[in-house]
Every structure is written in C-alpha cells, then in structure tokens.
Design a protein. Structure first.
Length: 386
C-alpha cells in the first residue's frame, strides 16, 4: 500500500481515535457545602476533604463537668468547692475542731493533767526527776476511775458528733456546688441536720464492726498462748495481716456510705448496700483517689505542724505552747477533714454518674430545680424525684 509523501509517519490517512470526556464519577467531587445546609456539629473540611464530626461541649454548671470524672477533675473540684463555699466547709470544720481543742484544754486544767504532761516533758530532758513525776501523778490522778471513764466516753461521743456534723455540712455544700449553688454556714447546718443522727449511728456501727475482729483475735491469742506458748505469735501475726487486708477492702467498698446518707437521705442499711454496689468493679480506682488525697493532706499537715512545732519547742510558757499547739492542730485537722470529705462526695457523684446517669438528673435541674436543697437527691437511672 502506497504511503502519502506528505505523511512522514507512514500511517494511513485515517484519523487516530481521540480521547473523549471522562465518564461520570471520574471528576473531582463536587462541593456540596454550597447546596447543603451547614451543620453546627461538623468542623470545617480540611483541604476540601470531608467534614469532621464535632460534639457539643460537655455542660459544666458548677465545679465539675457533667460526665465521668478523672482524678484531675476530682482534685480541681475539691478546691473549687472550698472557693465557692468556704464558710460551709472550712469554716464549720475549723469551728468544730477549735471547740474540741478548747474542751480538751479545760479538761487538762480541771483535772490538772497539764501539770503531769509538763513534768513528763521535763522528765524526758532530766531523767533524775522520775520520783518527782511519780509523786505528782499519784497526787493528781487520785480521782475515782469512773470520772476518767466518763470523761473519755464524753470525749468520744463529742468526736463522733463532730465527725457527723463535718460529713453532713461538707457533703451538702459539695453537691450544691455541682450546680454552682453557694451554701452559707447556716444553710449547711440546717440542710444537713436531719442526717446527723443516722451519720452517728453509721459511724458507731462501722467502728464496732472494725474493732470486734481485733478484740476476738486478741482474746483467742491470749487464750492459746497459755497452751502453745510463743508458737502462737507467728499464726497470730499472719491472721492479723489478713484481717487488715480484709478490713481495707471492705472499708473502700463502704467508703461512700456516709455520703449517701446525706445526698439521698438513705437509711444506714440502704446506704451500706448502695455503697457496696456502686464501688463494685471500681475498687482500685476509688482506693487510688483516696490514697492520693490522703498523701496530699499528710504533706500539707506535716508542713504546717513542722513550722509551728519549731516555735512551740522554744516557748518558755507551757500553757502558751499548749494553746498554740491546739489551735494549729485544729486548723490542720479541719483542712484535712474538709478536703477528704469533699473528695468522697465527688467520688460518689462520679460513681452515680457512671451507674445511675446522675449527670442527666443534674442537667435537668438546671432548668427545673428540685424542691430538695441537695441536687440529685432523688436521681435514679437518669430521673429525679420532685
């Protein structure tokens, strides 16, 4: 076949096939943002890609966000509660411990026990004065035994009542702070007063339950020691360690039962049962939060006590040093008890958020406040009682 001399390629005279337009779907994706309504829960598309989903912010009406809480949330919320309601938290605790300190000083003055304590301190520096210390103690401690027993029982009852008062007021102030509701000194007292008797009963019950195993173990060891001798001390020590571990485990499981008595007006038995259920499966997390807080409290208390202890040790006046030590001890105890109780209340809120959707109940109370002064009082599975 002859070639066209004008065609240097030597191809035939037929035109080569041309590339047509691309089939549908091969072009760049059309920008549908102009044709579709904007979505407030989508972030802008990066470099023409798809829009990224965006979630609405978690509501935070008060000191915590209404969601499951982290350790940082618990610690931040603890100090935020004190800033919002200082009188209902630190103020009440400081007043209670100062009153207990004053009563203890009065007891020392009336029974002249302060003189014995002073001579005991002097004996530590000068052991030659032992006979003088013994004579003074026998002279002063000449009251009937039931007087000292009665004073001891009275001091114990006062301490139980003081604990119930601090637990009730701090818990009320903390729960109200979740919705940014300020709580005054007298509001905390009046709102928590109906729960004081149950808190005292719960305290006595838990104390009795914790002491009884040690009493039984000690009695058994003393009884067996007569027949087995020194061999009994090894199994007794092992049983004691096992008992301590069991009490620690049970104590963490029941640690929020006093809080539940206040936040939901539960009976002692119901509070114990609910605390056991809420902490199930979260023992280590609860224990870790409490342990971290206890370490913080111990460090703060140690710093305050060491600073004031230096000044007390150089004081020439025994009574001035005693009064100053009582004041410092009261303040340290007030700070520690308040921080600890606020943290337990927030742990209770976190557990109820995870198990009962307390966050939904608290969110609903923002627009429709409950008639009860404690927020989330009747919350059960995302509902709240009026």
């Amino acid at each position: 076949m002859a070639q066209d001399p004008a065609d240097p390629t030597g191809s035939s005279g037929e035109d080569p096939p041309s590339w047509g337009p691309p089939p549908s779907g091969w072009g760049p994706p059309a920008n549908s943002a102009a044709n579709e309504p904007s979505n407030p829960y989508l972030l802008p598309a990066p470099h023409g890609g798809e829009q990224v989903p965006r979630f609405p912010p978690v509501p935070k009406p008060g000191v915590i966000e209404l969601r499951p809480l982290t350790l940082a949330d618990l610690l931040d919320g603890t100090f935020a509660v004190i800033r919002l309601a200082p009188a209902a938290t630190l103020g009440i605790a400081a007043a209670v411990y100062l009153l207990l300190g004053i009563l203890s000083i009065l007891a020392l003055v009336v029974l002249r026990l302060g003189e014995v304590m002073y001579e005991a301190l002097m004996f530590a520096a000068n052991p030659d004065q032992f006979q003088h210390l013994a004579d003074l103690a026998s002279q002063i401690l000449s009251h009937p035994w039931y007087l000292y027993f009665g004073i001891g029982v009275g001091a114990w009852v006062l301490s139980v009542f003081a604990s119930a008062l601090i637990v009730g007021t701090s818990t009320v102030a903390t729960m109200r702070a979740t919705l940014n509701l300020p709580t005054s000194f007298w509001q905390a007292m009046s709102f928590s007063a109906p729960t004081w008797a149950k808190l005292m009963g719960l305290n006595l019950l838990l104390s009795f339950a914790a002491i009884t195993p040690f009493v039984l173990l000690s009695t058994l060891a003393i009884w067996l020691e007569k027949s087995l001798g020194a061999l009994i001390f090894v199994p007794t020590a092992l049983l004691l360690m096992a008992l301590l571990v069991c009490l620690l485990w049970i104590g963490v499981r029941l640690i929020i039962s006093p809080v539940l008595v206040v936040t939901q007006s539960l009976s002692v038995a119901s509070a114990i049962k609910k605390s056991w259920n809420l902490t199930g499966g979260r023992w280590w997390r609860t224990f870790g939060c409490v342990l971290v807080t206890a370490l913080i409290i111990s460090v703060l208390g140690g710093i305050l006590s060491s600073i004031t202890g230096i000044g007390i040790s150089f004081s020439p006046n025994y009574w001035a040093a005693l009064i100053l030590s009582q004041i410092v001890g009261a303040l340290v105890s007030a700070v520690g008890a308040t921080l600890y109780q606020i943290l337990l209340t927030l742990i209770q809120a976190d557990l109820r958020i995870r198990h009962e959707r307390l966050d939904i109940a608290l969110f609903n109370e923002i627009s429709a406040p409950s008639s009860h002064p404690v927020p989330g009082h009747g919350a059960i599975d995302g509902t709240r009682a009026s």
